[in-house]
Write a protein that binds this ligand. Structure first.
Ligand SMILES: [Zn+2]
Length: 622
């Protein structure tokens, strides 16, 4: 009952013009005379503010779905402020991303220009072909006015054939849109260009119909976009099966914004009722191009439930003035990554089971020093974060996407095996949707009942019906640093773990480069690589920039280095090493069995799957 009331309210407010909604709406006018120079001009008007105090306006430092800071104020120039009568006002700069406007009459109009030539999921890209707008990279906002409605007018360059596509609420004119508040506005990327669009509808299990729009700026014909949309439709339908229903899409539709301009920057970002997918130069006319586009579509659309509405409490609401840290990106991103593969397979658009994450993560030494939750907490420093000094990510970090993907697989396989196929990860996701995601938010664009890490654990207790299992799974694999027994978990599905180098000795996976007098450790492969934790080389006290001068007596050569893989686990190796300062030391390492693995179907090992394994695969991926 509450839910239908919410639908009614949203539809009611969407149907009214913004001007009637609230006289104090913040308005933006965006024009593109400088498009050839990659800039735009914004006129922002903040009416009805307290004339007794300066108005603080600021640029965001972060953008929804991106967890590091990006300092969008750096590209702003030519800022001027005026009051309601057009009188110029004085402006100070108390913070790098904040301006204070004083002496106004209760209305402040700020005019500024913004440079941007980076069309991706986070930044701004403007040229004569398009304006690819991410709102935090484009719009100043006023402190304290977060709940004001917003009206934006785009003024395309004279003579252009641009149209506008966005999850913002449409109005009676094609270039005017509204948002109910700042959170929703900032979450609404907008593409202005001569794009192609294809629209389709899907009914969920409850018979409720939802509308989807596939917008493509790039090469290809209307028939190509229609063909892509038909495939996207199958993915959308499969994902709706998992959750049982579509969420309420507040503007009345969901929009896939695909920007394929060759001069853009690769990225894909989820939003509440849309996604911004930038794949520079991608052709949707080739099978490979379509496959990549559909992978992105499958991943980003799953977010319409997982993260946009089933949302961690530490991201709600998103904070634009700092980096955002979360306990749970392993779930928000990693589980979404897993379901990208699952839903592509179920839609008949992929023939591989989503198991490759196991091999990719198994041998990463980061697992030894950080839990899955702690990997998620690293996001502000690794999610396209920028800094000058070297990080030790290569050995102490594992992507919460891939690591979370592997743990999602482990949980899915566990639930299926424990219940003889009656329960799966789909039940866990659906339960989270019912309990958290579906809750009515306090206002449009806000989440009603965000979850905590403890809520995820409690939901697993409920879905598995076994507190001990759920606690052990969370304690060991999510909050702890244990690694699941994938050989046992994958066996019922007819997959096996194979050693990449059976019976071979191994000293550690690190490049070495030939230099004067020996082999420089961690050099080569185009960068500097630290020696991973837990490897014989690390245990021997050797690391980046040490030069191995001798191996077991003779001078160190690439042939002697790679020859170690011909030796047996347990073999001792004596290494002579020259440190950075020239000091010579001698150290011993003991080779271990090469731990690197592959996950393959039993067929690849020359064995036919059993009927039980076939049935398992059928209920898992079909
Ligand atoms: Zn994602």
């Amino acid at each position: 009952m509450l839910r239908s009331l919410f639908v009614f309210l949203v539809m009611f407010s969407a149907a009214r013009p913004a001007s009637a909604q609230d006289a104090a709406a913040v308005t933006y006018r965006v024009s593109f005379e400088g498009a050839a120079h990659h800039s735009l001009e914004v006129e922002a008007t903040f009416p009805g503010v307290d004339a007794a105090v300066p108005l603080r306006v600021r640029m965001s430092r972060s953008s929804p779905g991106r967890y590091s800071t990006h300092e969008f104020a750096k590209n702003l120039f030519f800022l001027e402020a005026f009051d309601g009568t057009g009188r110029r006002l004085s402006v100070t700069r108390p913070e790098p991303d904040e301006w204070a406007v004083s002496g106004h009459d209760g209305t402040v109009r700020v005019v500024y220009r913004m440079f941007g030539d980076h069309a991706d999921g986070t930044y701004l890209g403007v040229d004569t072909t398009h304006a690819h707008l991410n709102m935090p990279a484009t719009f100043l906002w006023a402190v304290g006015l977060d709940l004001r409605p917003i009206r934006v007018n785009f003024v395309p360059p004279a003579g252009s054939n641009w149209k506008a596509a966005t999850q913002l609420f449409a109005s009676s004119t094609p270039f005017e849109f509204t948002a109910p508040n700042l959170q929703y506005f900032m979450d609404s990327p907008t593409e202005l260009s001569n794009f192609l669009i294809s629209t389709f509808q899907v009914d969920d299990r409850a018979g409720k119909s939802a509308t989807f729009r596939v917008v493509v700026h790039g090469q290809g014909s209307q028939a190509d976009v229609d063909a892509l949309a038909a495939m996207a439709r199958r993915i959308v339908a499969e994902q709706a099966e998992i959750f049982g229903e579509f969420p309420v899409l507040e503007p009345g539709h969901y929009t896939f914004l695909l920007d394929l301009a060759a001069w853009g920057d690769s990225d894909a970002m989820e939003h509440r009722n849309s996604t911004s997918i930038a794949l520079p130069g991608l052709s949707i006319q080739t099978p490979d191009g379509r496959r990549l586009a559909l992978s992105n579509i499958a991943h980003e659309f799953f977010h319409v439930w997982n993260v946009e509405r089933i949302r961690p409490a530490d991201l709600e609401p998103f904070v634009f003035t700092r980096a955002n840290v979360s306990c749970c990106l392993w779930f928000a991103e990693g589980f979404t990554d897993y379901y990208e593969g699952v839903s592509l397979a179920r839609a008949g658009l992929a023939d591989q089971a989503p198991v490759s994450s196991v091999a990719n993560v198994a041998n990463r030494s980061g697992r030894l020093v950080r839990s899955l939750v702690q990997m998620s907490e690293q996001a502000p420093f690794v999610d396209r974060a920028v800094s000058d000094d070297m990080m030790d990510s290569s050995r102490s970090y594992v992507s919460y996407y891939e690591y979370g993907h592997a743990i999602a697989l482990a949980l899915d396989l566990s639930l299926r095996s424990r219940s003889a196929g009656r329960r799966s990860l789909d039940d866990f996701m659906r339960r989270l949707w019912q309990e958290y995601g579906r809750s009515v938010g306090p206002r449009p664009g806000y989440v009603g009942r965000p979850y905590t890490l403890a809520d995820l654990r409690a939901t697993l207790v409920e879905v598995s019906g076994d507190r001990r299992f759920a606690d052990e799974f969370f304690d060991r694999y999510i909050e702890g640093r244990d690694w699941p027994d994938f050989a046992a978990l994958l066996s019922p599905a007819g997959y096996v773990l194979q050693s990449m180098a059976p019976g071979r000795g191994w000293i550690g996976d690190v490049p070495v480069a030939s230099v004067d007098g020996g082999l420089a450790v961690g050099r080569g492969r185009g960068g500097r690589t630290l020696v991973p934790f837990g490897t014989p080389l690390y245990e021997a006290g050797i690391d980046l920039d040490d030069v191995i001068t001798h191996i077991d007596g003779p001078p160190a050569t690439q042939a002697a280095w790679s020859g170690m893989s011909q030796r047996k686990p347990g073999d001792p190796v004596t290494l002579t090493v020259r440190r950075r300062d020239g000091q010579i030391v001698s150290t011993k390492a003991t080779l271990v069995a090469d731990p690197r693995i592959l996950v393959v179907p039993v067929e690849a090992a020359g064995v036919a799957p059993t009927p039980a394994q076939r049935a398992f695969r059928e209920s898992w991926l079909h």
